[in-house]
Design a protein around this ligand. Structure first.
Ligand SMILES: O=C(O)[C@H](O)[C@@H](O)[C@H](O)[C@H](O)COP(=O)(O)O
Length: 223
């Protein structure tokens, strides 16, 4: 992994937003459309705030979550609601948010209707991943029911995922779909996540799913 250390979180978020904007611009210079996949959770909000104000041809950009909790947008656990509030707004409101949730009781029932639009937006130009202290990324959790398939070369683009560490059922892009990205950034903060990512380098993806992405990733860290 290429580990990049910043003096504080504010600088990390501003600089990474700038890098991502540059990579989207280059992709748009070479192609009609560009695509980016981003995590939900608590860490990336400030990057979304900055990116949403950046001027680029957002109407040619597809944005896809890495994963979603199977909850409606009214829930404060909804990653879709987070993106609508903090990324798909301002200048970036012209971007297309490719849905990763539909109103069915289970993610398994939503897969078939969501998959075609995600497939159409692949391969990814830019991938941003988060990481949990249990070494999960996207909803590829250690011990998850579909982890083996989610990490395999035979994986479909999307999978439903249930895991002891996840409070609700999830839907996630597979490692194979996420790895289509030209550029991969892993965004982590705090001392605990730094030691976890260092440890993950020496583990296999079935123990530490983040390890599936480390080799070709820039890992961005601030205390
Ligand atoms: O929906 C999610 O939970 C995410 O996509 C997930 O993979 C997240 O990136 C990590 O859990 C880190 O989350 P924090 O940033 O909240 O620590």
């Amino acid at each position: 992994m290429n580990f990049i250390e910043y003096s504080d979180r504010e600088i990390l978020m501003l600089e990474l937003a700038d890098v991502i904007a540059g990579q989207l611009r280059s992709a748009l210079a070479q192609s009609d459309r560009a695509s980016m996949s981003v995590p939900g959770g608590t860490t990336p909000g400030p990057i979304f705030d900055t990116l949403s104000g950046v001027h680029l041809d957002w109407d040619r950009v597809d944005v896809i979550l890495n994963d979603e909790r199977w909850v409606p947008e009214t829930s404060d656990r909804s990653n879709t609601a987070l993106l609508k509030r903090r990324l798909i707004t301002g200048a970036a409101s012209a971007a297309t948010l490719v849905p990763l949730y539909t109103d069915t009781p289970t993610p398994e029932e939503g897969l078939d209707s969501l998959m075609p639009a995600i497939d159409a937006a692949l391969p990814l130009d830019v991938l941003v991943l988060g990481m949990g202290l249990d070494m999960h990324t996207a909803s590829l959790f250690p011990g998850a029911d579909q982890l083996e398939l989610g990490l395999s070369d035979a994986a479909p683009t999307l999978l439903a995922m249930r895991a002891p560490g996840a409070p609700e059922p999830r839907i996630t892009l597979s490692a194979k779909a996420l790895k289509t990205a030209v550029s991969t950034h892993i965004l982590i903060t705090g001392d605990e996540k730094r030691s976890v990512v260092e440890k993950a380098q020496h583990l296999s993806p079935d123990e530490a799913p983040i390890a599936a992405f480390l080799r070709h990733a820039d890992v961005h860290w601030a205390p």
